[in-house]
Each structure stands twice: as C-alpha cells, then as structure tokens.
Write a protein that binds this ligand. Structure first.
Ligand SMILES: *Cc1c(COP(=O)(O)O)cnc(C)c1O
Length: 398
C-alpha cells in the first residue's frame, strides 16, 4: 500500500480526533523509528513517555511472545500468576500495599476517584466526596477524569461535567489550604505537570500537600501516569520529595506500550473497595502483566532511573547552553528525562522542523517543546537530537 493512499484513507475513515503529520510509521528499534518511505527518525517522544525501554526491546518482545503462546485472557473471575506477581512487585517497590489493574491512565484515575469517594463516605460522612485537583493538570479523557483535568480546552462541549471537583492553582499550598474542608475526600495532583507544560513544583509542594491532607483527613492521590517508571530519575517521582501518597496511579510506561493501568493504595484505604465494588474485564490480563513484569524488572536491572537522571542532567545542561544562543528559548525545566523547553513562540512549527530533520519531539501546551526520549538513551543520541534542535531553532525567524 502506498503512503499517499494510506493517508487519504486515514482522512476518510478515522473520527478526526487527532492532528497527525503526513507520515506513517512502520517499524521501531531502540530509540529509532522508520516510516513507510524508509526515512529514519530519532524518537524523543517514546510514544508520549510510554516506551521507556525503547521500541521492541528484546526482553519485552520475548515476554510478549511467551505470553501470547501461554495464556492471553481469563477474566478477573480467576487468579493468574503474572497478575499476582506484578501486584507484589509494585507493592514491594513503592509505598503501596494493594493494586487494582485497569487498561489506561484514565481508568487508573477513575479507580482512584471511586476509591477516594467510597473510602471517605464510609470513614467520614456521605457528603464527603469532593476531589481537589489543580488548574492546568491532565488526568485523562473519561468524563470524571476530564472533569479532574483543569483545562477548559479539553472540557469544552462535553458539559455537564461531573459534580464534586474543585480546582486550585498548581504549586500553591495556600490555595489548597483554603479549598480543603470537611467535604474534601482527596487532593489529586501530578508530581510534575506533564501535558500542562512540564511544570515542576517547588520542593516543599508535595511535603506541604502531605501535611495539609493529614491535618484535614483527606487522601493524597498522585497521578504518576507520566512521571512513574523511572522517567524523572527515580522510580517514582514522589521519591524526590521525601513523602508518600495514599494512592498512586500508573499507566503509560508500565508495560512498555502494551495497554495497562494500575491504581496502588495503602492498606487502610484500599480496604474500602470490596468484592463487586469495582472491576474491569481486561484489567491485568496474564498477557499484559507478563509484559509489565518484564518491563519493570528490566527498568530495575538496567538501572534506568539512574540513567534517566544522568542523561536528563546532560540534556538539560546542553539545552541551557542552547538557550544562551537562541533567544526564542525562554526557559528549560523538568526532571530526569521529562524536559520542557518554553519558547517565546508556538512550539508546533519547531516540532515540524525537527521531524523533517529526523527528530521526533512533543509539545506540552502551545509554547512548550517536550522531550521524553526512551530511558535507554545515551549521550550520542542526545548530541544528535541537540544538533537538530539547534539547527531548527536557528532557522526559525526570531
Ligand atoms: C497520559 C496521562 C493520563 C491519561 O492516560 P490515558 O492512558 O491516555 O487514559 C492521565 N494522567 C497523566 C498525568 C497522563 O500523562
């Protein structure tokens, strides 16, 4: 099939929810991708922080092959060993005691919201159901998570939204303190706002939220869907802060591209969900949990959080140098391999220029370029990406 026809069919047969460049990707290996015309790309998107181990990592491919030939799906009416092993692994390597498996980030957040409501109703009172979330956040596209998402551009046209959500500015402890009352079930935040522009809060933000939640009897829910699995230079982003949440949600990088979501909670909180109270047909199949175990153990054994910290620092240093050369760069920020480059002009044309020069990068909001390469990235690949970015920024009208 020629590319031109494929792109015409895409235009004709898809619900038009995505704005995509006119290429069709056909193959990936490590940090590289190839399109249907044979062009090669350096992938600094990692499928939006999903393929942490890079494309077609041999251990992931091996796990997929094995699982596909052993057992794909049983439903959650039955126990399967991979699901149990993955739950145990996630608990042993985090603050958590129990795990619920879903299929996406939004579903993991739905589970967290439902857990917070049920826990708070039973523990306190029936009118204690409110979730405090932050402006500019991103938590998913289902109606509840869209309501939690503090960005009107995603909500427009889908009203009425869910009741029971309040928004406060991000990185503002005073605003949370004023918003908390005896109707607050939980505070839901990203440790770093990803889609909202790679916004890193002050060091005292998560500790401050922990304290405010403890005083008010509210749960602290961290959405680590983008920041988890080593992306920020620690296995979980909360580990930079010295405090732990009550509930954490994961998805993106957990099975290196095979769809999965997970909600992890402390024992005392998790107990609120009892048999029949929540469920998912596909959640945590033996197939996906086998792949997630392979992904998770590879992240640990190959010390990828450490590599993310090292390469992230390397990239950030080089980007700061680029900043002194290109006045269009307003700020470089982020942690580990989740980096934002705020520009004084729209980021989309730079993304296009980079792609045409063989480098795939993301935006995060209109004015921010986002770099989220696979965690296996090395200095040579960073240098190639920086060279391309340098030339594309240099070619832009100031
Ligand atoms: C991507 C993302 C989600 C939504 O995940 P989906 O799998 O697309 O539903 C939620 N929260 C954060 C922080 C994300 O980055």
């Amino acid at each position: 099939m020629d590319t031109k026809t494929l792109l015409e069919w895409s235009e004709r047969y898809h619900v038009a929810t995505y704005l995509r460049p006119p290429i069709c990707l056909v193959r990936g290996e490590g940090i590289r991708l190839w399109d249907s015309e044979g062009r090669e790309y350096l992938d600094f998107t990692a499928g939006i922080a999903v393929v942490g181990l890079g494309h077609c990592h041999p251990r992931v491919t091996q796990a997929i092959r094995e699982a596909a030939g052993t057992l794909i799906h049983t439903s959650n009416l039955f126990h399967t060993a991979p699901q149990i092993h993955l739950a145990k692994l996630l608990c042993e390597y985090s603050f958590g005691d129990r795990v619920f498996f879903a299929n996406s980030g939004a579903e993991a957040n739905e589970a967290a919201i439902k857990l917070a409501r049920k826990y708070s109703r039973e523990r306190f009172s029936s009118d204690r159901y409110e979730i405090i979330a932050t402006r500019n956040s991103f938590h998913g596209r289902t109606l509840a998570t869209l309501t939690a998402t503090g960005q009107e551009k995603y909500q427009h046209g889908f009203e009425p939204l869910m009741p029971g959500f309040k928004h406060v500015p991000y990185n503002d402890l005073g605003a949370v303190e004023r918003a908390l009352d005896n109707r607050t079930a939980a505070v839901l935040v990203e440790p770093i706002q990803g889609e909202g522009g790679v916004i890193v809060p002050a060091d005292d933000y998560l500790p401050g939220l922990r304290k405010l939640c403890d005083e008010a009897g509210a749960l602290l829910i961290l959405d680590e869907i983008q920041t988890g699995m080593g992306r920020t230079g620690k296995l979980w982003a909360y580990q930079h802060s010295g405090v732990e949440p009550d509930v954490m949600t994961l998805a993106k990088a957990l099975a290196n591209g095979v769809p999965i979501g997970a909600m992890i909670a402390r024992e005392s909180v998790a107990r609120a969900l009892t048999p029949g109270s929540h469920a998912s047909t596909f959640g945590g199949t033996p197939f996906v949990t086998t792949v997630a175990i392979a992904t998770f153990t590879t992240v640990l054994e190959e010390h990828l959080p450490e590599n993310a910290a090292r390469m992230g620092k390397y990239l950030a240093d080089r980007l700061h140098r680029l900043q002194s050369k290109h006045s269009v760069i307003r700020e470089v920020r982020g942690k580990g391999l989740l980096l934002g480059i705020e520009l004084s002009q729209p980021a989309a044309p730079v993304v296009t220029g980079c792609r045409e020069a063989g480098l795939l990068v993301l935006t995060a909001g209109d004015m921010v370029l986002r770099l989220a390469p696979p965690l296996i990235v090395d200095e040579a690949a960073c240098e190639r990406a920086l060279t391309i970015l340098d030339s594309v920024l240099g070619a832009r009208p100031a």
